[in-house]
Design a protein around this ligand. Structure first.
Ligand code: AMP
Length: 429
């Protein structure tokens, strides 16, 4: 591959006609930057580590070359048993379904030659075992269920030629490390590996260095090119629900995705909104898979106006033209903030991300801003102006109890500036 010029259309990228025809139908007029830069290398068999904004077309970046490579391979796997040629690992069940659906859609003109199967937990394994009989070309899976299926001999990874880790930072984070290590040990060392994620925290880089062979590295995060507007509203303690209800009603949002940190918090907020005449559905890990699927479909189809979710909805989910994402609770980690807000403003659409912060969130939001290299003007919602005196008092109350020895005084001064401006109408940007 020549690295001189970045291709500007799908033909130049080197895709075959049936794929281009499908992209034309989907009205993909030109490749996104990540597609233009990564697909030629992936087609050439290179390993890849790619960081790009969420909603930047990452799925097609790996799906199209996978389909093309498998089309070019002599058909052999299915006759040889339960083998899989390309494995795509994703962190959540919904993302698994979404990615598999995208792959099947891109393959529409390949005459059914490529078999794509999706497996994930929370539903019966029997149907998935049946689907895997005789192997498949592309398997999209969540790690836990895949390990179960491997231990039941439903699938083998010995012939995997390409491994994709979507939302790689999450896949490589603590919760998944053991499962991922076990799965990687079952794949051949000669495979091609592709890592995609919107964020690549330092701690996962060591792991990826061991995993990848002379990879192409692409970092295409670009705040300026974002079509997503981020706003932050300061609110009085105890008024978040009222402010949220007001925003929803005033703006008449047809679809709003609201993030809350705990499962019971989702239910609680839905009840409280209900009392204010706003019907909301919840989406979290305590719901059965059937209910999760149904709620998500309803939300994507625009039948549900307000969806209150935990971070299981933060990764990779693609709700077309989602107008607004709201952080009712701030996410714990700055990278989760990026993933959450990335549900809106996808594929060049205009989007909006709102965070509601009361005084307890103030410091944490500053950390989120710092880590993500953003700085937002603190705004207030009309009719819910912040009571500056109360805030000052609350901040005073929240001050750590003074240590009699006085040794920590200097440090405390640094970390807790009681800055009334932050809560007032003045901008601190
Ligand atoms: P992804 O980042 O893969 O979740 O993609 C985000 C959205 O962008 C999806 O709705 C895709 O269908 C859409 N998309 C991907 N590539 C293109 C493209 N080249 N042109 C237009 N839309 C695209």
């Amino acid at each position: 591959m020549t690295s001189s010029a970045i291709p500007t259309n799908f033909k130049e990228i080197g895709l075959i006609e049936p794929l281009i025809a499908r992209l034309t139908e989907l009205e993909y007029t030109e490749p996104t930057p990540i597609q233009a830069q990564a697909i030629p290398s992936v087609l050439a068999g290179r390993d890849l580590i790619a960081g790009a904004n969420t909603g930047s077309g990452k799925t097609a970046t790996f799906a199209l070359p996978l389909l093309q490579q498998i089309t070019a391979q002599p058909k052999q796997n299915t006759s040889k048993g339960n083998y899989v040629s390309a494995l795509v690992l994703v962190p959540t069940r919904e993302l698994a379904t979404q990615v598999a659906n995208s792959i099947k859609s891109y393959a529409a003109h390949l005459n059914g030659a490529i078999q794509t199967v999706v497996v994930f937990g929370g539903v019966s394994a029997n149907t998935q075992m049946l689907a895997l009989r005789g192997g498949c070309d592309i398997l999209v899976a969540t790690p836990g269920r895949l390990l179960d299926l491997i231990s039941s001999n439903a699938i083998k990874l010995d012939l995997v030629k390409t491994l994709v880790l979507d939302e790689a930072d999450r896949m490589l984070s603590s919760g998944f490390t053991d499962e991922l290590t076990a799965l990687l040990a079952l794949t051949p060392s000669s495979k091609q590996t592709l890592l995609f994620s919107a964020t690549f925290p330092e701690k996962v880089k060591t792991f990826t260095q061991e995993l990848l062979n002379d990879p192409i590295e692409l970092q295409l995060q670009n705040a300026e090119s974002s079509t997503l507007v981020q706003r932050v509203f300061t609110v009085n303690q105890g008024e978040k629900t009222a402010v949220l209800a007001n925003l929803i009603k005033e703006n008449k949002w047809q679809q709003a995705l609201i993030f809350v940190n705990a499962k019971h918090g989702c239910n609680h907020l839905a009840d409280k909104l209900g009392k204010r005449g706003i019907r909301a559905q919840v989406f979290h890990g305590d719901k059965g898979q059937g209910a999760r699927t149904q709620v998500l479909q309803g939300f994507k189809a625009g039948e549900i106006d307000v969806l209150i979710a935990t971070d299981i909805a933060a990764r990779g989910l693609d709700v077309e033209k989602l107008p607004v994402v709201i952080n009712f609770d701030l996410p714990r980690s700055p990278s989760d903030y990026m993933h959450r807000i990335g549900r809106s403003g996808r594929a060049g659409e205009v989007g909006l991300a709102i965070s509601l912060i009361d005084h307890e969130d103030y410091h944490h939001f500053k950390v989120i801003e710092k880590k993500n290299k953003i700085r937002l003007e603190r705004e207030q919602v009309k009719g819910f102006e912040v009571d500056e005196e109360a805030i000052k008092e609350l901040l005073e109350e929240l001050k750590p109890v003074a240590k009699p020895e006085g040794s920590g005084k200097k440090k405390r001064n640094k970390t807790e500036p009681v800055n009334a401006d932050i809560w007032g109408k003045k901008s601190d940007s």
